[in-house]
Design a protein around this ligand. Sequence first.
Ligand SMILES: [Zn+2]
Length: 170
Amino acid sequence: MTHPSTLKYDNLQIRIEGQAPETLHVWFDGEIHENFKSQLIALPSAHSYVFNLSGLRSINSLGIREWSHFLLSLTQKSHVTLEECSVVFIDQANIVPQIIANSKVISFFAPYYCPQCNIELNCKLSIANHRKKLSERRAPQIIHSCGAELQFDALEESYFFNIDKLVGEK
Ligand SMILES: [Zn+2]
């Protein structure tokens, strides 16, 4: 079966690309709230999945519970990679690490601020490129396009609290 295809729910859109049973690339855009029912998420079965969470705008406690069940059961039979996890998702992962289940995070967004341009922006951090800095719970240095060094715009020890689970090294 060839994709792309799109599954639409109230406040969540799931776009699937790829050819099952090979790797499927899946984008989650919207919100994961109480109406996220894991048994209703009809993903074609595949050996591995790459979930892109850059469009995940909001996730609440009931959504977290369903999402955790969904991901845990999926990771029991397939390999799941999470890429471009949104700030909202990382904030929750710091409180409820179960939302990562047995998946592997390869990149995520983190909040920065440019003192020269006076703007807030979320920068994508790749685990592979920043493993050492991240495992020390320190924000990697990023230079803005204007030439100024960006300031990290959260508490490093909070935002990278569960980073051990993300970088995959104990
Ligand atoms: Zn700037």
